[in-house]
Design a binder for this molecule. Sequence first.
Ligand code: GUN
Length: 296
Amino acid sequence: MVAQVIDGKAFAAKVRAQVADQVTKLKEENGITPGLAVVLVGEDPASQVYVRSKGKQTVEVGMNSYEHKLDPETSEDDLLALIDKLNNDPAVHGILVQLPLPKHLNEDLVINSIDPAKDVDGFHISNVGLLGTGQKSMVPCTPLGCLMMLRDHHGSLSGMDAVVIGRSNIVGKPMAQLLLGDSCTVTIAHSRTKDLPDVVRRADIVVAAVGRPEMVPGDWIKEGATVIDVGINRIERDGKNKLVGDVDYASAAERAGAITPVPGGVGPMTIACLLANTVTACCRANGLSEPEGLTA
Ligand code: GUN
């Protein structure tokens, strides 16, 4: 079997267009412009690239972008004071604090100081609990993007065997909760899992989110399975810098029914879902009905 390629870049463009339509509607019918505040502490180059891209795409869909770039030495008190100000600012519907934070700042404390209704990352402990109990919450962007692509490809996921490789709070755990919410039978595999190849071979859906280049070879993939590769790993091959996923794409594509490429798969969906979450947060804050298809 040669796999169908799931085009995350095209899918993300569709999500952004839906968000832009919703923003236009909010402006014209309600006089509201959704606003997203992004806070960056320090000068981590990768974080600077992400934050720039988030700000640019926010503006492109017609929303207001508020960027707060803080000195690497910023105290916890000063950061918490800024978050408190954003929590109380009615023009701000979404707040994202870019991670990782400098070592002297307590990440859990900072994230949990964000108003859960504005927590567009879905990292606040209240949102984690709401998602885990099947209640309405803000859903982490990367797993939300994966779920959208899976639903688009399969329609219903009910009864499918899903394996999530990786147990991070940002991707693995919320991904498993979302798949469970869609009535999959879910296994979370990790570095201590016994017989990982056999576990993966049982899966109709494989989500790989470990951050290890090409660790899943094609012969672990069940014929016809759907493979969602969350990994973005920079490697050097044949003297060139290359981006690869957690799955060995060439061999997996020979067995899978459908597969996301790297780059151009899950990656573009993350920011698209951040924009979707911001519109959702804005609608909820204003007691308006939520746009369909942009939430879990
Ligand atoms: N750093 C890397 N990915 C993310 C993300 O999705 N959200 C935040 N806040 N920081 C990140």
